[in-house]
Design a protein. Structure first.
Length: 279
């Protein structure tokens, strides 16, 4: 079992956020903004999926996993709340969240489906976010030009995503989820997630007036496809998910733990939410 601490992030998101808050880089700003736009709906789905999966376990297994599930639910609920605050700034910049209504419509039928499907989708998304987290934590220069509170926001979120990447996967396995459905959902999530991310990033850039600038495309190429770019660096660990013997813990990194320890002054541990009540 994984011990998960629920933490309150000690930053003030009331002051305005600059339009190109990520070091003046229009692409990076639009890309991070797109990811943030997906989080309120996505994180709610993830915590609901884990909560439903936990309730489907036999009573003795529920007791064994209760503390970890509470921690997961508490962390994801905290992420959802703080990104909702951040997204309010994006609305004031004139950006429109086109991703959210598509995601809501797509996820609604799963509320009545076998909970293993929602867990498989959650596990696939958690693998994506853990890969992104490890990439970002290993390359703090990506956020070097951002103001400190936003650097902290993204690195804190990344650290906690890496920390709880096993929870949904383990619940799926405990409920007898098959390898075939696990990899089927990863293929679907890969296509949907990448398409929606790029689609929302392009929409953000278009509304910002930065879509067709050479500097925008140069940054996109470097950060996504360059020698140290996210997609290039993450391809091998993404592909590992399709192995029958894969487990997220096999891709261990101590970057998350080290960051959380180093920035403990900005994190206040709080009591985990009840499994039944977090929304």
């Amino acid at each position: 079992m994984t011990h998960l601490t629920v933490r309150r992030l000690l930053i003030d998101l009331e002051p305005p956020v600059a339009r190109h808050w990520c070091g003046g880089d229009a692409f990076l700003t639009a890309w991070f903004n797109a990811l943030s736009m997906s989080f309120p709906v996505g994180e709610q789905f993830f915590l609901d999926s884990v909560r439903r999966g936990w309730k489907a376990l036999p009573a003795d297994q529920q007791a064994q996993r209760e503390a970890e599930v509470k921690g997961f639910v508490g962390q994801e609920a905290t992420h959802r709340r703080i990104h909702s605050l951040f997204n309010a700034h994006l609305e004031r910049h004139g950006l429109v969240n086109d991703w959210e209504p598509r995601a809501l419509a797509r996820l609604a039928p799963l509320e009545q489906a076998d909970p293993r499907h929602a867990l498989a989708i959650t596990a696939a998304n958690e693998h994506f976010t853990a890969l992104f987290a490890d990439w970002l934590l290993a390359r703090p220069e990506v956020l070097a030009g951002a103001e400190p509170r936003l650097q902290t926001l993204w690195l804190w979120h990344s650290a906690e995503e890496s920390e709880h990447k096993c929870t949904a996967f383990d619940l799926y396995q405990a409920l007898g989820g098959s390898h075939a459905w696990r990899v089927t959902w990863m293929r679907r999530v890969t296509l949907i997630f990448l398409t929606d991310t790029l689609r929302q990033t392009a929409a953000n850039l278009r509304r910002d007036g930065s879509l067709w600038r050479w500097s925008t495309w140069r940054s996109a190429g470097r950060h996504l496809l360059g020698r140290d770019g996210l997609l290039r660096v993450s391809f091998a660990p993404w592909r590992a998910y399709f192995r029958p013997d894969f487990h997220p813990a096999q891709q261990h990194s101590d970057l998350s733990e080290r960051w959380l320890q180093a920035r403990a002054d900005l994190l206040a541990p709080v009591g985990a939410s009840s499994v039944a009540g977090a929304t």
